[in-house]
Design a protein around this ligand. Structure first.
Ligand SMILES: [Zn+2]
Length: 49
């Protein structure tokens, strides 16, 4: 998965098809909606409330 920081959109190409700029390689961990630490953070937030 690649991500264009200029257009702020995901692409599968090395070169962004929209702005023809270099897209960034993104790991699934950083941009995954399934955040493995999401639950942990929510628990912390609850404790602080
Ligand atoms: Zn772009």
């Amino acid at each position: 998965m690649k991500y264009c920081d200029v257009c702020r959109r995901y692409t599968l190409e090395d070169i962004c098809p929209r702005c023809h700029g270099q897209s960034l390689q993104v790991g699934p961990a950083r941009f995954s909606p399934q955040d493995p630490y999401g639950e942990y953070r929510r628990k912390l937030k609850k404790q602080h409330k």
